[in-house]
Design a protein around this ligand. Structure first.
Ligand code: SAJ
Length: 422
C-alpha cells in the first residue's frame, strides 16, 4: 500500500476544488494550486468562487481543520492531480496549453515515487504527452512508457464524470475509470482514489480511459441530437414531439431523451469535437450530432421570428410594441450556470434584432451577464406573464413547471421544452 500524506491538486475549478475537499475529508493534507490569486484567497478563507451544492461547507470544514490550503505556487507532494481546463481553439482543435503549463509548474518538484494524475478531459494520447513534457524537464527521473512498472514516476489518466449540481454526491458514489501508463501506475492511482471513492475503481490503459470520457459525453450528445432532430421533424409534420417520445418510450428497449433549446455547458458540446478532430473521417455520426445540436438554437430563433410576424399582423401593431419574454437562461434546469448556454445565445440574438422590449426570467441569478445587461430586462416570472405578448420557454426550471398551462394567457408561445405544450 502506498501512503499519500500530501496531495497536490492543480486547478481549483469545478472539478479540482471538489476533488481537493474530497481528499481532505479522507484526512489527507491537500495543497490546492491555482493561477488566480483571488481564487486562492477566497478558498483560504473557507469560501468558494463557484456555485455547487454543499461545496462551500466542505471547503470551509477542510480549511478549518488545516487539511486544505490553497496557493499560487506548487510544493512537493506524494501525488499531483491535474484538473485544468482543456477548451478548444479554432477549428475545434483542443487547446492543451493549460496542461503543459501545469507540467512546467510541477516538474521541478517531482520526486521518485510520485504519482501524477491527469483528470482534465483530453484527446487520446494526452497523458503520454504530459509524460513527455515532464520527462523533458526532468531527465534525471524515469517514466512508465520507457521503464514500465519500475519507473520512478507513476502516471495515470482518471476522468471526472460528475454531474454539475450533484458533484458532492457523484464524486463519492460514481465508479471511476483509471487508466495507467503501466499496471503499477493504475494500481497506485486506484489506491489514491479509494481514499474517498465509494464506487468501483476500474483499471485500464490511459488511452482507453481518455477515450472513455469522450465517449460518455458523445453518447449523450448523439442521443440528445436524436431528440432534437425528432422535434424539428415533428414540427414539420404537425405532430407533438412530446407525445410521440412518451409513446415511443413505452417500448421496453426505447429510451429517447428530451428535445430542448440546444446543448449547453462546457462538456457535452465540446468533448465530441475531440474525437472528431482525431478521427475526422470515421467520426461521421458524432460530428453530425454536434451540428444538429448546434443548429437547434437557430431553429428556436426562427420560431420566435414567425411568432413575432404573426403577432404584429394579428394585433395590427409595430414590432416595437411587442414584448418578448425569454424564460430561463441557465444551460440546464435548476442551476445558475450560464456558461455556453443556448438560452443566453437565443436571448441575446432576439435582443439584437427585436425593436421592442425583451424581458428575461432566470430565478437562479440576481444580475444579467454582461452580454445581455444593456439590452434585456431581468424580471420576475409574474412580471413576464403580465407584460409579455410572446413567451419563449428556454429552460424547464421547476418554478416554470409548477405553473399549469391554463395560467398561461399568451397566444404566442415558443415552448422549446414542452412544459406547457404537450
Ligand atoms: N439536455 C437536453 N435534453 C436532455 C438532456 C440534456 O437538451 O434530455 C441538454 C441540457 O439542457 C444541457 C446539456 O444537454 O444544455 C447538457 O446537460 P447534461 O445534464 O446532459 O450534462 P452536463 O453537461 O451537465 O454534464 C455532463 C454529464 N455527462 C453525461 O451525462 C454523459 C456529466 O456526467 C459529466 O461529468 C459532465 O458532462 C462533464 O463534466 O463532462
Amino acid at each position: 500500500m502506498t501512503t499519500f500524506n500530501t496531495i497536490s491538486v492543480i486547478g481549483l475549478g469545478y472539478i479540482g476544488l471538489p476533488t481537493a475537499t474530497a481528499f481532505a475529508s479522507a484526512g489527507c493534507r491537500v495543497l490546492g494550486v491555482d493561477i488566480n490569486a483571488e481564487t486562492v484567497h477566497t478558498i483560504n478563507q473557507g469560501k468558494i468562487h463557484i456555485i455547487e451544492l454543499d461545496l462551500e461547507q466542505a471547503v470551509q470544514q477542510a480549511v478549518a481543520k488545516g487539511l486544505l490550503f490553497a496557493s499560487v505556487s506548487v510544493q512537493p507532494a506524494d501525488a499531483f492531480l491535474i484538473a485544468v481546463p482543456t477548451p478548444f481553439q479554432h477549428h475545434y482543435q483542443p487547446d492543451l496549453s493549460y496542461i503543459e503549463a501545469a507540467a512546467q509548474a510541477i516538474a521541478p518538484h517531482l520526486q521518485a515515487g510520485n504519482l501524477v494524475i491527469l483528470e482534465s478531459t483530453s484527446p487520446v494520447g494526452t497523458t503520454e504527452k504530459l509524460e513527455q513534457w515532464l520527462k523533458q524537464r526532468r531527465p534525471d527521473l524515469t517514466f512508465p512508457t520507457e521503464m514500465g512498472n519500475a519507473s520512478d514516476i507513476r502516471m495515470a489518466y482518471c476522468p471526472e464524470r460528475v454531474l454539475p449540481g450533484k458533484v458532492m454526491i457523484e464524486l463519492f458514489q460514481n465508479d471511476r475509470v483509471i487508466g495507467g501508463l503501466s499496471e503499477k501506475c493504475a494500481q497506485q492511482a486506484v489506491e489514491l482514489y479509494q481514499l474517498f471513492v465509494k464506487g468501483e475503481c476500474i483499471q485500464t490503459h490511459a488511452r482507453t480511459a481518455e477515450m472513455c470520457k469522450l465517449t460518455e459525453n458523445s453518447f449523450r450528445d448523439v442521443n440528445i441530437a436524436f431528440a432534437n432532430e425528432l422535434s424539428m421533424i415533428c414540427d414539420k409534420l404537425q405532430i407533438s414531439v412530446w407525445e410521440l417520445i412518451a409513446l415511443a418510450n413505452r417500448h421496453p428497449r426505447v429510451n429517447i431523451l428530451q428535445p430542448g433549446a440546444g446543448v449547453g455547458g462546457h462538456c457535452i458540446a465540446v468533448d465530441p469535437w475531440f474525437i472528431v478532430s482525431q478521427a475526422p473521417e470515421q467520426a461521421r455520426l458524432i460530428r453530425t450530432a454536434r451540428e444538429v445540436n448546434d443548429s437547434k438554437p437557430h431553429w428556436v430563433i426562427d420560431k420566435v421570428k414567425t411568432a413575432l410576424a404573426d403577432c404584429v399582423t394579428v394585433k395590427n401593431c409595430a414590432p416595437n410594441q411587442v414584448n418578448i419574454a425569454c424564460l430561463g437562461l441557465a444551460f440546464k434546469p435548476d442551476i445558475d450556470d450560464l456558461r455556453e448556454s443556448p438560452a443566453v445565445e437565443i436571448t441575446q440574438h432576439i435582443a439584437n434584432w427585436h425593436a421592442g422590449k425583451v424581458l428575461a426570467v432566470e430565478p437562479n441569478i440576481s444580475a444579467l451577464p454582461a452580454q445581455l445587461a444593456d439590452k434585456v430586462e431581468l424580471v420576475s416570472f409574474e412580471q413576464a406573464l403580465k407584460q409579455a405578448d410572446i413567451l419563449v420557454l428556454l429552460v424547464d426550471h421547476q418554478s416554470f413547471k409548477a405553473v399549469s398551462a391554463e395560467v398561461i394567457s399568451q397566444h404566442w408561445l415558443v415552448d422549446s421544452r414542452g412544459v406547457w405544450i404537450k
